[in-house]
Every structure is written in C-alpha cells, then in structure tokens.
Design a protein around this ligand. Sequence first.
Ligand code: GLY
Length: 462
Amino acid sequence: MFEAKLYSERRKNLTSNISNGIVLILGNVDVPMSYPANTYKFRQDSSFLYFFGLDLPAFAGVIDVESGEETIFGNDIDIEDIIWMGPQPSVKELCLKVGIQQNKPFDKLADYLAKAKSQGRKIHFLPPYRAENKILLEDLLSIKISNLKESASLELVKAVIKLRSVKDKYEIAHLDEIMDVAYEMHTSAMKMAKAGVYEREIAGRIEGIALSHGGMVSFPVILSKHGETLHNHCHENKLQKGDLVIVDAGFESILHYATDHTRVSPVGGKFSQKQKEIYEIVLAANNGATKLIKPGVTYQSIHLASARIIAQGLTDLGLMKGDVDEAVKAGAHAMFFPHGLGHMMGLDVHDMEDLGQIYVGYDDEIRPIDQFGTAYLRMGKKLQANFVITNEPGIYFIPALIEKWKTEKINHEFINFTKVEEYIGFGGIRLEDDILLTETGSRLLGKKRIPITVEEVENLVR
Ligand code: GLY
C-alpha cells in the first residue's frame, strides 16, 4: 500500500474531473472456486485499489462530488472470522491508512444510494465485469444487468482513464523494482529450454517464481513450442532439440502492478539459420519501435512502422514481394503479424481494459484502423510522458491462416505462398518489452533488459 496522502490526492483529482453527483467504486468480493468456502485467490478491483487502496473483499468506496465527503462501506469482522482468520484491523483503522475519515456498514450503502437517487443526484459507476458486482449493482440501482454497461458513467470512465494512464513516481519506482522478478522468470525459463523437458515444467517454475515473490502471474502463462497460436495456454508438449519455445509471461506484484514480457528460446541452445533470420526481423521491429516511442507520437504510427520493418525483412527473405509500403497499406504483413504492437500496462496487464479498450487506447483524434491485424491494436493514440506500454511485435506461421489467404487469394500480389509453405511448422516468434514514456523519449522499465539478442539467448539456454 502507498501512503494515505497519495490515495487522498488521487480521489481529489478524480472528483475535480467529475461535474457533480456521487462516485461509487465497488471493490471485489471473494469468488467461489468449487464450493462457497473454497475461493479463488482474491483479486481486488484495480480502480478500487487505485483510489481506495484496500486489498480486501467486500468494500465499496463512495465520494460525494459536491461536498467532498468520502465514505468506505464495509463490515468489521466478528468473532467467528477471528477464529478462522486471526485478528484483523478494524474498518476504521483500514480507512485511516488510505486517508478516509468515515466508514459505514456495507448494508448502509443501499440507503445512502437510495437517498441520493431520491434527491435526483447522478450516481456515477464503472462498467462491472464480475457477476457478483453486476448483481449487486442491479439491486442497489434498480438497473437491469443487461443495461448496466450502457448505464455506466462515461464521465467517470474517462476521468479514471485520464488519471490511471499517467503513472506517478511511486508507481514507476515500483514497476522498475518488480522487473527483477520478470527477469528471473524469463531467464529461468530460458535455462530450462532443453530437450525432454515438458512445457508445463517451465510454466510451473515461472508461476512458482511469481508466487515466491509474494504476488502471482499477471495473466495465465502463455508458453508453447507452438508459438504460432498467439495465446497458447496448453503446456503439455515435450520439448525437442530444434523447437522454438515462446514464453509470454508476467508478474503481478503484491501491490498488483503487472509486468509482461515475451522471449523465445531455441531448445538445445542454438537457433537454426532459418529461425535466426526470422528472429532478427522481429528483434529489429522491436528495437525500431522502441527508438520511435516518445511523447506526441501516435502508437498507431509506431505499430505501422514496426509492420513495415517486418514486411521489409520478409521481402528480403523472399516470403513477401512487391512494394513494401503498398504491402503494409494493404495489410499484407498481417498474415505474419496479425496482432497489435502493444497495450497500456499498470494495475492490469491490459491496463483498464474493463473500462473499455476504446477509451484507453483511442480518442476523438485517433480512431482504430478497421483492417485485419491492425484492428487488434489496443493502443493507438498519442503517447504521453509516464504512460507505460508494451512493445511486442511478432512473426507467426499460422497454417490455417496461410491456407485461407492462399485459397482466397488475399494479398497474393504481396505474398510468395510457395516460399511461405516451406515455413509451415516453424511456429512463431514474439519479442516483448515494457516501456516507460519519459518527457523526451522512452526507456525500458527495470535495471537491465531481459536477454534478447540471439547471442544472449543462446548463451543462457546453453
Ligand atoms: N502478454 C499477453 C497479452 O498481452 O495479451
């Protein structure tokens, strides 16, 4: 938890961006896994964490925009809880830790909101993403679950995104610090990339490292020798010499900040010539993008610049053909690079995606490009100092996609399908770093970059 005054400042900044009414931010509750008392590991709502700091279930935070009155609704534990959970601080004590002077039992929230409603006051709430909070909001506000998303306050959504997008010095220091764990996770995975090892052994080791540092993984580990499947969560394969193993994994810290990196290792310790050639193109796209990242530039333009590096590299290898600029304009690179260059990162690995990706990654000036591949770009708008983003270009040989484009002659003037077919079974390569926008440019988060050159990776794997 940060200092109380930081949470107070954040709430003050929030209300200065809201015209009037009541701001309601619900925390999360425990969710049953297999029976009510057997719950998943608790994960607090990120906006509640950001503004109210308490990492415990069943709290709600309310701010009266006009009066400035702030209240936490939540219950003190009783003797039965103490027997099973041990002594816990009172809600009053918890509230003081985050600068809140007033607390009330949770069941008083309904009366509070009913009174505000009867006075004709606007109640601002965020779009709920968990079933439990959807049901609660339906009860509290008499809005049907199916209408909650549309009824959520766009004013509040935009105000929260404006604040959470720009990381403060405490968040940046914390993010820098937790990159050490990401380093340990990925270098450990590289060292395990040996013939005979099952993917699940590496996935388990990575997750264990995250747990051993008091956090967890920031999303289910993506790890596979079938890297052509972008989000491959099946870890049942046994690695063989010559395979490429892709590891896309992140740490979620004790304060719930995320890391997100991808590295690719050659099983056995040596990239083949063919693997190395594709790897170097992806690395050039990553490094090329990093050089361009600075405030005032749109991430959409950097996505397209990295697509151009990929198209140029593939043309040089004879996999693509024709004019590179025309190929990128037509979206031909997307058969190999069918996703976006990156996303915002912070308290969520895809930061604030629950609030609506369109508001996080785009604005009135920069709209999404509706073309296969580029349409998946989550972050397109102009970059600002203290944004944290990922940079993750990739090249994949996806048999079903190649087959579809060949059969339907999609962008056939830019793709040499005969040559591409020699790469069926190659898998995929993605190289991802976490980047902080500075006042004049950008820098990688963390003390040192996770090994990424061919030589560095081969050395570690060996
Ligand atoms: N690294 C996983 C993702 O960005 O979806």
